[in-house]
Design a protein around this ligand. Structure first.
Ligand SMILES: Cc1cc2nc3c(=O)[nH]c(=O)nc-3n(C[C@H](O)[C@H](O)[C@H](O)COP(=O)(O)OP(=O)(O)OC[C@H]3O[C@@H](n4cnc5c(N)ncnc54)[C@H](O)[C@@H]3O)c2cc1C
Ligand code: FES
Length: 281
């Protein structure tokens, strides 16, 4: 079956770079933290899937080099706030975890191309794994406020790691949690779940982030059911502005492979165009 044609890509907002004051930085669970920054108006604009490049502050025993890309979790221009959900994995995110209210950090963005969510959609399917939940969460209020129904499969190691409340943000959506701990996140089990949803209530589009295995599965089912899909890719970055080329990924365009920059042409790509995989499982 042919896959539905992608809608036109959204245009980005002008990029700003400014010091932002930390309003809050609290643990959500053992793995993830929620950072709220006070940001000047040019930065308080982003579409779901776009990201900011954060200059994580140096500490005596921890000096992260280069900025770190972080998807926007929420922007609230009326509160002059931008928010992030992040996993502490290395030097940069360890520095972020030490920030307290009143500290200042440099933030650049919004950057990249976000998800295309057509107002004509009636039902979308979201499949997120791990911190991919943070990247996809802003889609939920965006869709719900436009009357688009959301069904989500959220995959995590264990119930303690699942940020279901942070993902749903009080919106009325249908969530199917799956876990490594009880085997429900295994590809075969998720495929059965997806087929049930696709057969009973075919979505207009599918969105995913956070897992190569889920990407491959959704590419296969998207082709079989003829459902358009998008994926937000994660790639290590340096400049974040399209100059250094360290973030390129192979993308299929017109039967050829092009190496496109995740920071500029992405991080959101047409699901069927992404070739090859990255390190995540
Ligand atoms: C567009 C984009 C949006 C992102 N959004 C979020 C988000 O909302 N929340 C969140 O927690 N994380 C997000 N990430 C990932 C985040 O940028 C990295 O976890 C962070 O840069 C790690 O920095 P560090 O100094 O703590 O770890 P490092 O010491 O740099 O790395 C620790 C480990 O993580 C690996 N790693 C680092 N960066 C990446 C990456 N980009 N992709 C895959 N593996 C990586 C390293 O190879 C190493 O194994 C996003 C990445 C991209 C590209
Ligand atoms: S990070 Fe430099 S080109 Fe993408």
């Amino acid at each position: 079956m042919t896959v539905a044609q992608p809608p036109a890509a959204p245009t980005g907002f002008p990029v700003g770079n400014a010091p932002c004051v930390v309003r809050a930085n609290r643990a959500v669970n053992d793995r993830y933290r929620h950072l709220v920054l006070e940001a000047p108006p040019p930065l308080c604009r982003a579409t779901p899937g776009q990201f900011f490049h954060l200059l994580c502050p140096p500490f005596v025993d921890n000096e992260p080099y280069l900025r770190r890309p972080m998807s926007v979790y929420r922007v609230a221009p009326e509160e002059q706030a931008i928010e992030f959900l992040y996993n502490v994995v290395g030097a940069g995110t360890r520095s972020l975890a030490r920030l307290v209210a009143g500290d200042t950090m440099s933030v650049m963005g919004p950057l990249g191309t976000g998800f295309t969510i057509e107002p004509a959609y009636r039902h979308i399917l979201m499949v997120a794994r791990g911190v991919g939940l943070a990247t996809m969460a802003p889609v939920v209020p965006w869709a719900c406020r436009r009357g688009i129904r959301v069904t989500a499969i959220l995959s995590a190691r264990s119930p303690q790691d699942l940020m279901e409340r942070e993902f749903a943000q009080r919106e009325d959506i249908r969530v199917h949690p799956v876990f490594d701990q009880d085997g429900t996140s295994a590809v075969g089990r998720v495929e059965a779940l997806l087929r049930g949803i696709l057969d009973a209530d075919r979505p207009d589009a599918m969105f995913t982030c956070g897992s190569n295995r889920l990407m491959t599965l959704l590419q296969r089912l998207g082709t079989e059911y003829g459902v358009y899909g998008e994926i937000a890719l994660e790639q290590q970055m340096a400049c974040g502005l399209g100059v250094c080329l360290c973030c390129v990924r192979p993308i299929r365009v017109g039967g050829e492979i092009e190496h496109q920059r995740v920071c500029c042409e992405g991080p959101v790509f047409d699901l069927q165009q992404v070739a090859g995989t990255w390190r995540h499982g």
